[in-house]
Design a protein around this ligand. Structure first.
Ligand SMILES: [Zn+2]
Length: 393
């Protein structure tokens, strides 16, 4: 490995409040950034930059920390555009369509799943994502969940066991047996392949009691916890996530004052997934309410075939700014630093000294263009610590 200096950066976002303009985003203009052996070793003005083995003059564009997408369901087969069209025509989402993806995924070959996961990951990456979390949850059988966890582990360290996504059709008359399977042998066999355990704790999915049982068992097995909660109602998921010290509670569409108080005194991040509200034609959660209360907030794509087929973080930023009370900078922070916090990672989501050199080089002078030019392709290259830069476009 050798050192690289990126020079003539029009706007460098470091998320390091001790440098640059003193804001939370630690902005430096006319900046340079030096990385060595895959880690950030220097940031400052281009005129002061030390020499490096390679210089890459980016000619005035912006550089940001790579997006950290802390919530995806990338491993699946099939597509559900007809359900999407039906919802846009006025039908409501009740969580039932997950079984359509389960049927398609069970019948897909492992190679098909690998290839389609790779395609979606390529799209996320081309739009600036450098770390991605991936969940199992679309087979809901012992062997199938192990297969999905295995595939996910081939793409990322941030793998999540989501055997408790929904109760599959064959257990509908005997849901206790399914919960016992998830908390028992399925968890035992998936645990070596994953870092995280997650439960969809909501109307039509799993109750607080069931989620508690599964997550407590996962914690005993050494897994860290996250939770889908409060997407479809005031269902107690946020309180449970805080009680169990989950790293993140995801969706938070329905939030009470008690929930906000619990979150603001905790180490649990509130992860908002506006792609889901967009795709189910539902009310967006209020980012403003959470931010004003001092809650740590992340934004993620929730990429999945049913309720948020989104592989572009720029879209999430644009919606958060337009519809959820985020400033552009708050949305950028929530998709970088917020995502890293939701994965309890201190080495990514920022470009402080010692950070992993995961970054996105834009083709515009300011990161604000993510909200200002919604839908545009604004990333010309990503660099991940330890790899050569990928340039395209
Ligand atoms: Zn999800």
């Amino acid at each position: 490995m050798s050192s690289i200096v990126f020079s003539n950066i029009g706007e460098l976002t470091t998320n390091d409040p001790s440098v640059g303009d003193g804001s939370v985003l630690g902005r430096i203009h006319d900046a340079a950034l030096v990385i060595d052996d895959g880690y950030v070793v220097w940031a400052g003005a281009t005129k002061d930059a030390p020499a490096a083995d390679t210089e890459i003059d980016v000619e005035g564009v912006a550089i940001i920390p790579g997006f950290v997408d802390s919530h995806t369901h990338l491993v699946f087969a099939g597509e559900r555009s007809e359900e999407f069209a039906a919802r846009m025509a006025g039908e409501t989402y009740d969580g039932g369509g997950i079984m359509n993806t389960v049927t398609a995924t069970r019948s897909a070959s492992t190679d098909e799943l690998r290839q389609s996961t790779q395609r979606r990951l390529d799209s996320l990456r081309a739009n600036g994502v450098t770390t991605v979390e991936m969940k199992s949850g679309y087979e809901l059988t012992l062997e199938g969940e192990v297969r999905l966890a295995q595939i996910a582990s081939e793409f990322t360290e941030e793998t999540t066991f989501l055997g408790a996504h929904v109760v599959p059709a064959e257990y509908r008359q005997n849901r206790d047996a399914y919960v016992a399977l998830v908390a028992g042998e399925m968890l035992d066999q998936c645990a070596p392949l994953v870092r995280w355990a997650d439960v969809f704790c909501d109307q039509g999915a799993f109750s607080v009691e069931e989620a508690h049982l599964i997550l407590a068992r996962a914690k005993d097995k050494g897994l860290e916890l996250r939770l889908h909660g409060n997407q479809l109602g005031h269902t107690g998921g946020i309180a449970l996530a805080v009680e169990l010290d989950a790293a993140s509670v995801d969706h938070c569409t329905y939030v009470s004052d008690v929930d906000i108080e619990a979150l603001s005194g905790s180490h649990t991040v509130a992860t908002l997934l506006p792609g889901a509200e967009f795709s189910t034609k539902s009310e967006y959660p209020s980012g403003r309410l959470l931010l004003d209360a001092g809650v740590s907030v992340a934004l993620a794509t929730d990429c999945n075939p049913g309720t948020s087929y989104v592989t572009n973080m720029s879209f999430i930023i644009a919606v958060a700014v337009r519809e959820m009370g985020f400033s552009v900078d708050e949305a950028l922070y929530a998709t970088t630093m917020g995502g890293a916090q939701a994965l309890r990672r201190s080495d990514i989501g920022h470009l402080r000294l010692g950070a992993k050199a995961d970054l996105a080089i834009l083709n515009v002078p300011k990161a604000a263009h993510f909200a200002y030019q919604p839908g545009a392709s604004l990333v010309q290259a990503v660099h991940r610590g330890g790899e050569s830069p990928d340039f395209w476009g």
